[in-house]
Design a protein around this ligand. Structure first.
Ligand SMILES: [Zn+2]
Length: 420
């Protein structure tokens, strides 16, 4: 035992004496978050990117680990803009059942696997938009990842999220029963207490459902008044956090923007005018194309065989309008509706709906990083930023699906995936 102890001490000392690990990366292509370069190199030391530039200018550090794959592309670790790590695909278990019948402990156990799959797919950061009935399990998940207990992306979490009374689900149950909702209901001045309570329990930002399908005919209608949204925003801002809004209808988007929301989630009915209003107020649009696509398929749509149903036609139209308006478009797929680890699906759909692959790559890196105030840390390959990196086979700026050919992933300077 004594021998073992001194051996451990010795190894610990050796570990401290070592110079930090360095990596010299020379893939065929390097996407720095803005531009695709060829013939470039990147140096990583400890948890930081030390240098990037043309190979002839970037010296290989002595003793560094060389990383190269044939016909490959190096990118900044991708940023998932809209995940629900506490949910899994509705075609396996419907949303009501996940929210009402599954315990937080069970859902968190699943979430640890979801977090790992996300990271292994090259998404080294994720913004999680609410636990949908699993309390603050996302805050605990984030802690376990940060402490190195489980693998996962660096997380920004919403906690429970806020809905107006009467608007949100699960719905359709006997009113004699108290049904737990997928988010926390609050209205009027009580919003002040609820926002502060969510912040106190670990929310990194406040997520609001600015509308929901509770119109007379089940259409999306605003849930909060402009005054309520302004109140939420004021209380949130004074804590140094931001408000982000689920909003599909034009009126809810308008109110959310006027109240100070920083991102609009879904935006199914965005038109050019609404997009321009968002742009004027520096709001970023997170389209969640994959959620609509997959839910429609779960309901029986045979994609590619049957014609596009009305909601898909509408989603394509609004995405085009958003592009035309010039609003900043980030990347977030509402992953959880579809399997964690298949986050690239949203990016494939962005291309399918008319965006150039290079723009899609920017959306999932520099644009998301800026929208979430992370651009001083991640989202680009730039001197001084965290070493969150991804290598894929092929060239995703040409064929976006090459993002699925993950070869190598680094988070915070640690290699977490290393394929042959
Ligand atoms: Zn969502």
């Amino acid at each position: 035992m004594k021998i073992l102890t001194s051996f451990l001490l010795l190894s610990a000392n050796l570990l401290f004496a070592q110079t930090p690990k360095s990596y010299y990366l020379t893939t065929d292509r390097i996407f720095d978050g803005e531009v695709m370069h060829t013939g470039w190199a990147v140096v990583v030391e400890a948890d930081k990117i030390i240098s990037i530039g043309p190979k002839e200018k970037i010296k290989e550090p002595v003793g560094s680990i060389k990383i190269n794959y044939p016909n490959s592309t190096l990118l900044p670790g991708l940023i998932e803009g809209h995940s629900h790590l506490l949910l899994y695909p509705y075609n396996i278990t419907d949303w009501d059942t996940q929210v009402l019948k599954e315990t937080d402990a069970y859902r968190t156990a699943r979430a640890t696997v979801h977090a790992k799959n996300t990271l292994m797919a090259g998404f080294t950061t994720a913004r999680d938009l609410g636990t949908e009935g699993a309390g603050y399990s996302d805050v605990a998940l984030k802690r376990a990842i940060n402490e190195g207990i489980i693998p996962g992306p660096r997380l920004m979490v919403a906690g429970r999220a806020i809905v107006s009374t009467g608007s949100y689900g699960p719905k359709g149950y006997d009113h004699d029963q108290e049904i737990m909702l997928g988010a926390e209901a609050a209205d009027g001045n009580d919003l002040v207490r609820v926002v502060r309570d969510q912040i106190g329990k670990g929310a990194d930002f406040i997520k609001i459902y600015a509308d929901y399908r509770w119109g007379l005919n089940g259409e999306d209608q605003p849930s909060f008044t402009l005054e309520e949204l302004k109140l939420i925003n004021e209380v949130t801002r004074s804590s140094g956090r931001v408000m982000v809004c689920h909003a599909k209808s034009k009126e809810a988007i308008r109110r959310a923007v006027m109240a100070g929301a920083e991102t609009i989630e879904h935006g199914d009915f965005i038109d050019v005018e609404t997009g321009k209003l968002m742009k004027e107020h520096n709001v970023t649009f997170i389209p969640t194309l994959a959620a609509v696509d997959m839910i429609t398929q779960y309901r029986g749509w045979k994609k590619g065989v049957s014609p596009d149903p009305a909601n898909v036609v509408n989603k394509k139209k609004s995405f085009k309008a958003a592009m035309e308006s010039g609003v900043a478009i980030g990347m977030g797929g509402d992953v959880g509706v579809f399997p964690h680890g298949e986050n690239a699906l949203e990016m494939e759909l962005m291309v399918e709906y008319g965006m150039k692959p290079m723009e899609v790559l920017k959306a999932a890196t520099t644009i998301n990083a800026k929208a979430f105030h992370l651009d001083q840390q991640v989202g680009a390959i730039k001197e001084g930023l965290k070493a969150d990196l991804l290598i894929v086979s092929g060239d995703p700026s040409n064929v976006i699906s090459d993002l699925r050919k993950v070869k190598w992933v680094m988070k915070d300077g640690v290699v977490v995936r290393n394929e042959k």
